[in-house]
Design a binder for this molecule. Structure first.
Ligand SMILES: [Zn+2]
Length: 412
């Protein structure tokens, strides 16, 4: 839309407004101009208004964890309920068969994933990337602006010390190029089974020097716990078969808490999954809330044979819990709204206002994005609209969960 068309105030009127910070408001107007919200009001404003009384409005949704480069997959790898290591083996096989494809194909997959996200009303994403951007034109995907954007986190994998010089060079090149393109980026030391403690500590220090956020898969599987505790189990066997295991990577008797301890000195961290964190671990995360957030990937957690997710306990402890879809290798789609709906149905004791916060205001804080994640004057006018079922009940959240998110468009 030409700039001139967005300069003048205009409004949307919706049946329910979920601002992310206030209780749901019925029949509310959101007035906006120049991609910013001017006012939220119950009175008809003196400007052109789109009547959308069949819809609810939320702040533009955020996806705090995905891997867009797997967005071409038709369905998740393997079958539901499989062990994590079995899935990982399938992933490695798939990855090997992709070794020959060119960088343009990787970019195309990311763009596919972005288009799928926009179709579900997702505006901002934290995306783990394992291949560098091939061409400057693709960098437009990674601009973060008032209406949408992707923050790429460069994935770093390599337990053995002989891999570290290559990983350092990768990280440096990625950050240098991002700075040239003025992009907001981060680093993703992959997981404790692919990043040694000593290298993780080095990465955290280096990322701090450059004020970079981190994203790391932690406490994702019981196999990871076995590896940390005693250097044994299916993950160790898999790494040994790949000549990628180093028994000195984590000292005997380590736990996810040892990983969190290293990450705790980072400027900002997305702790991804945390499926097997203990109450003590969660209390520790709550104490670091200003910098550490826990990214729950509900339907991905459900895809594996994990124990129940400690969501209620994490929230009770005061952890900032946010939502991610993870990739289409573990999830049928990239809809954050479906993750919210899933949480609302599986955890009826969790305050539905918190479910909204997990994908909006808390998610924006977790990603370090200012000016987004809430419907308030001065914030981004990027809204996620949800088509409501006319037969829906009077309860605003019941109506919301029965709705269907509308594709993101440029009318904001
Ligand atoms: Zn992931």
């Amino acid at each position: 839309m030409p700039a001139s068309e967005v300069d003048y105030p205009r409004a949307v009127r919706v049946r329910w407004l979920f601002s992310g910070t206030e209780p749901p408001a019925r029949d509310a107007y959101v007035v906006m101009a120049r991609h910013r919200i001017l006012a939220v009001t119950k009175r008809k404003p003196d400007c052109p208004t789109w009547e959308m009384l069949d819809k609810a409005a939320l702040p533009g949704l955020l996806n705090c964890h995905t891997h867009l480069e797997w967005s071409h997959l038709e369905q998740p790898l393997g079958e539901r309920g499989q062990e994590f290591t079995a899935w990982l083996e399938r992933m490695i096989t798939r990855r090997r068969s992709d070794l020959q494809i060119d960088a343009g194909r990787w970019s195309m997959r990311r763009r596919q994933g972005l288009a799928q996200s926009l179709a579900f009303g997702v505006h901002w994403l934290a995306d783990v990337v394992s291949v560098d951007e091939p061409a400057p034109t693709d960098s437009t995907t990674y601009r973060v602006d008032d209406c949408m954007g992707v923050v790429p986190f460069r994935e770093l994998i390599g337990l053995l010390p002989l891999r570290w010089p290559e990983l350092r060079a990768l990280a440096e090149k990625f950050v240098r190029q991002a700075r040239l393109r003025e992009e907001t980026v981060g680093l993703s030391p992959h997981a404790p089974y692919t990043v040694a403690r000593a290298f993780l500590a080095e990465l955290v220090a280096w990322a701090n020097q450059h004020q970079l956020p981190l994203a790391m898969h932690v406490a994702e599987s019981w196999e990871e716990l076995e590896l940390l505790a005693g250097g044994r189990g299916p993950l160790v066997e898999l790494l040994e078969s790949l000549n990628a295991w180093d028994r000195s990577a984590w000292k005997h008797g380590s736990t996810p808490r040892d990983v969190l301890d290293v990450l705790a000195s980072a400027v900002r961290v997305l702790v991804i999954h945390g499926n097997y964190l203990t109450r003590d671990d969660l209390c520790f995360l709550a104490g670091q809330r200003s910098r550490m957030s826990l990214v729950y990937c509900p339907r991905t957690h459900d895809y594996f044979a994990h124990k129940p997710y400690p969501l209620a306990e994490a929230l009770r402890c005061g952890v900032r819990v946010v939502l991610g879809t993870d990739s289409r290798a573990t999830n049928p789609d990239l809809s954050v709204f479906e993750e919210m709906r899933f949480v609302a149905s599986r955890y009826p004791s969790v305050d539905p206002a918190d479910v909204v916060r997990m994908a909006t205001v808390w998610a924006a804080e977790a990603m370090g994005l200012s000016g987004v994640g809430a419907v308030q004057p001065g914030m981004s006018s990027a809204l996620t609209l949800v088509q409501l079922d006319n037969a829906a009940t009077g309860d605003p959240y019941e109506s919301l969960w029965q709705g269907t998110p509308c594709p993101t468009n440029t009318w904001q």
